[in-house]
Design a protein around this ligand. Structure first.
Ligand SMILES: [Zn+2]
Ligand SMILES: [Zn+2]
Length: 419
């Protein structure tokens, strides 16, 4: 379509390739997505703005997400415009015309529509924190727990920790007890740096012992790098010890690829529908596959005005592939259907939609996660019963649980057993 409108077009498969093409061809306009492998859209914007050769290049962000925070971050990173997909050809053409008045005269043409081996004990998954947003201790949350996101996965001897919410404090103490002075080595995978996913790290005791080795993995955020975000919460006056002063051997790895290995575990990441840069992780072991997706808004798609059919949201299509057939899915199910009506575009899931998505994609076990701090034990139990009724009515074999602090799951040759 753009070529027919007299533009010269160069296509890139990811942000890195896009930057190389931009340096080579010095384009008038860059159309840039936000969530891309290797180099994300915010990084592309910043890199373009740093290059004097590209000072005349305009950047038009074209994304499937419409969060106010993302618009602001894109603008701060140097974007000149922001368009939300799905997109009419005329919208794109008029946005281009605004950026480059009089460039293209032609009328727009509307286009047609390897697994790690665990020996013996199997893979164990343990919940140390299941809450979203802020820790919520008290009488009403004793059963499901009040700590924020942290899940431990043991594949044989290897320890993988998913997120560092306040739940990681309890995990740290348990590890110190278990190892009794022997060095602890572990991998910490961060989905994003919202506070409820990193706030426990300053209280993670193994980080204070020089014999231990902690490898931290995550993606660069919308506004800053992973290290900067982790350092920020430990800066004075917020905390007395800086990240650099921690004696444990910490290594921070900023990820660029969507597939990588952490020790012997094969990991795959997928961007989720959540403000900023946030991913879900899939861990493959010989015992089964676990997906951890703590922050995600399931999208309901849009109704096609012409034929009245619901058009699925492209962002959800990728997530469906990502969760298809997995043994254990730990997924953001923060709201009831009623609550969701007033929380559209907040970046969190509605339990009804999550159950449907899990059933339709042959998930074996679903753990509702990222419980709302305002939901007490009774309320979460009610949500769980409702979720199970949906599966029952659909005669689905899906097993549904609400994740509970202290709960442990063992995966062995594809059979998940809960304790
Ligand atoms: Zn969260
Ligand atoms: Zn978040």
């Amino acid at each position: 379509m753009l070529r027919r409108a007299q533009w010269d077009v160069y296509e890139a498969g990811d942000g890195e390739e896009g930057l190389e093409l931009a340096m080579k061809h010095r384009p008038d306009v860059i159309l840039c997505d936000l969530l891309m492998p290797r180099v994300n859209g915010y990084q592309v914007c910043r890199a373009v703005r740093e290059r004097i050769e590209l000072r005349h290049t305009k950047i038009l962000v074209v994304t499937g997400r419409d969060y106010t925070a993302d618009r602001k971050s894109a603008e701060e990173a140097g974007a000149d415009g922001y368009l939300v997909k799905p997109l009419e050809a005329s919208q794109l053409m008029s946005a281009l015309d605004k950026l480059m008045p009089g460039h293209a005269g032609a009328a727009p043409v509307v286009p047609a529509a390897a697994p790690a081996k665990s020996e013996g004990p199997g893979t164990r998954v343990k919940f140390w924190g299941v809450r979203g947003s802020i820790p919520s201790p008290g009488n009403g949350t004793v059963h499901f727990g009040g700590n924020t996101s942290c899940v431990e996965v043991r594949v044989g001897e290897q320890i993988v920790v998913l997120d560092a919410g306040s739940g990681i404090r309890g995990l740290g103490n348990a590890l110190v007890e278990e190892f009794r002075g022997k060095p602890i080595e572990l991998t910490l995978l961060l989905t994003h740096t919202h506070w409820d996913h990193i706030q426990g790290f300053p209280f993670f005791v193994p980080a204070y012992d020089s014999r231990n080795r902690i490898n931290i993995y995550g993606y660069e955020g919308a506004l800053s790098g992973l290290r900067t975000a982790l350092e920020g919460q430990m800066e004075s006056p917020y905390f007395p010890v800086s990240l650099d002063e921690l004696p444990g051997n910490l290594r921070i790895h900023e990820l660029r690829e969507m597939e990588f290995t952490a020790g012997a575990v094969q990991v795959e990441a997928c961007f989720t529908n959540h403000p900023g840069v946030c991913v879900a992780y899939k861990l493959r072991t010989s015992d089964g596959v676990v997906v951890y997706m703590p922050d995600n808004e399931t999208k309901r798609g849009t109704v096609n005005v012409v034929n009245g059919q619901v058009v699925p949201d492209p962002a959800d299509e990728k997530l469906k592939d990502f969760i298809r057939g997995v043994d254990v899915l730990i997924m953001d199910s923060q709201y009831t259907a009623e609550e969701y009506q007033t929380h559209l575009n907040w970046g969190h899931g509605c339990i009804d939609d999550v159950v449907r998505m899990a059933m339709e994609n042959d998930v074996k076990r679903l753990y509702a996660f990222h419980h709302d701090p305002a939901h007490d034990d009774r309320f979460i139990s009610g949500m769980l019963m409702h979720a199970r009724q949906i599966a029952e009515r659909a005669a689905s074999p899906l097993v549904i649980e609400a994740a509970r602090e202290g709960q442990e799951i063992t995966l062995r040759a594809g059979v998940a057993a809960a304790r």
